[in-house]
Design a protein around this ligand. Structure first.
Ligand code: FCB
Length: 465
């Protein structure tokens, strides 16, 4: 910390926000866009809270210039967004849809005009329905199609995009989509989930090759994983072992093949026949070196041993004593532990926190201000832990808040608000929340105030609106 009470981040630190296509764009059937599995799933009865769909979402597709304006106002230097595959290939493969690509072309140009680095995610859950009809990610062919799609996008945008993310949270795609069925396509089959994990990772490798061969400026390439540090519920040996078992499934299942070119041996043994047979050449493709690892962090897991629980003999607990958000326990220390562990075990070339954020109830006050102080505290506490990791030489190059706008939170619909910007889903009107103004200040300072401003510290008059 410096004498002025600010914790300064490294020069050139990437400050931004993250979003994804289906969660904000709307325009679900416009300009030649094909149907995605999320269009199908959200239209099925009982799959999302209150039957919510992304048909209109935050209407970002039609409000691009307004949203760019907001980003500039916040002073972001990075914006992470995803490309809707069925906008680019309505059938997933074959004929390109130029109108779909043109939207992202405009978005990238708009960002660069505002001095914001574009970070493109190629896949954030919205598989073209046409490919699902061919078996979806269970079908190895879809990994090839993903490589072709990556080629096409990199060909079009590779002269301007500074950062590429192949997949967002392959673990979630596989396990929520194909095992618990809470996400599209709503399948409940553990064998499929493991096969899908492998195909997603393989397709990541294909995409890395495709982007490298197409890009005309050296953009950096990575993948964004949902990682969670796993702690034992007690010091007992049984709980310690249970935590290690869950860690193999939750974290090492994706980290090991990407960084070590091998799936965890203990996990493979535990899963036996459920684990897919994997050609060794695939692991070479999967472990193609990448430029950065994206980490999405929201919470930790605390696990206790439970001999009755199949295969893993461990179950998550709900520890008491800490604050909870609408979805998870709030545990800032977890991001420090996670960053340190990933760095010491895997040594990625660089790490970017590609998502961190919190759902807390908020809304417009009478004066149209959104006083989301709990979000400010969450973000500030987590950033302090990121800062601590950087002080310990973990190469963290950026921090992106999930999310820019309140949006469609998958199965939970519009009930969860994660934005730095409030969206009235009736009128689609936007309003920067107090957390947005707070983040703007952090970015402007390239540093974090040790003590939080008003209302945590009564001296501070508030935020600039
Ligand atoms: C992550 C997803 C993102 C959003 C946040 C809250 O798992 O990547 O789309 O839903 O959680």
């Amino acid at each position: 910390m410096n004498a002025d009470g600010l914790m300064y981040f490294p020069k050139g630190f990437m400050w931004g926000t993250a979003t994804s296509a289906y969660q904000i764009e709307g325009a679900w059937s416009e300009d030649g866009k094909g149907v995605s599995i999320w269009d199908t799933f959200s239209h099925m009865t009982g799959k999302t809270a209150r039957g919510a769909t992304g048909e209109i979402a935050a209407d970002h597709y039609h409000r691009l210039s307004e949203d760019l304006h907001i980003m500039r106002d916040l002073g972001l230097n990075t914006y992470r967004f995803s490309i809707s595959w069925p906008r680019v290939f309505s059938e997933g493969a074959g004929q390109v849809n130029p109108a779909g690509l043109a939207f992202y072309d405009r978005l990238v140009d708009g960002l660069l005009e505002n001095h914001i680095q574009p970070m493109v995610t190629l896949y954030h859950y919205d598989l073209p329905q046409a490919l699902h009809n061919q078996g979806g990610w269970v079908n190895r062919k879809v990994a090839q199609y993903f490589g072709d799609y990556a080629h096409e996008v990199a060909h079009k945008l590779g002269d301007r995009v500074t950062h590429w993310i192949t997949h967002n949270e392959p673990w979630v795609v596989a396990f929520l989509g194909y095992f618990t069925g809470q996400h599209a396509p709503g399948i409940q089959d553990p064998v499929a989930a493991l096969q899908v994990t492998h195909h997603l990772l393989l397709s990541h490798g294909y995409a890395v090759e495709a982007i490298r061969s197409e890009q005309r400026q050296p953009g950096k390439i990575g993948i964004a994983l949902n990682l969670s540090p796993i702690y034992p519920a007690s010091e007992n040996e049984e709980d310690l072992q249970a935590a290690l078992r869950i860690d193999s499934l939750q974290n090492r299942l994706t980290l090991d093949p990407l960084f070590r070119g091998a799936y965890p041996e203990d996990l493979k043994q535990r899963l036996g026949d459920l684990f897919p047979s994997v050609p060794p050449e695939d692991l070479k493709v999967i472990s193609t070196p990448i430029d950065f690892l994206g980490i999405n962090y929201y919470t930790r897991q605390v696990v206790r041993s439970d001999p009755d629980f199949p295969l893993f003999q461990g179950v998550p607990t709900m520890p008491s004593g800490n604050e909870y958000s609408q979805m998870w326990e709030i545990y800032p220390r977890g991001i420090y532990d996670l960053l340190s562990r990933v760095w010491s075990d895997y040594h990625p070339a660089s790490i970017i926190v590609t998502e961190n954020g919190v759902p807390v109830p908020d809304g417009l006050d009478f004066d149209e201000r959104v006083r989301d102080y709990r979000r400010i505290r969450y973000l500030s506490d987590h950033l302090q832990e990121v800062y601590r990791a950087i002080q310990d030489q973990v190469p963290v190059g950026g921090y992106l808040v999930w999310s820019l706008l309140d949006n469609f939170e998958w199965a939970l619909g519009y009930d969860m608000r994660f934005g730095l910007v409030y969206v009235d889903f009736e009128t689609k009107k936007r309003k920067i929340k107090d957390s947005g103004y707070w983040f703007k200040q952090v970015i402007a300072n390239n540093g974090l105030q040790k003590s939080l401003p008003y209302p945590f510290n009564k001296e501070d008059p508030g935020f600039g609106n």
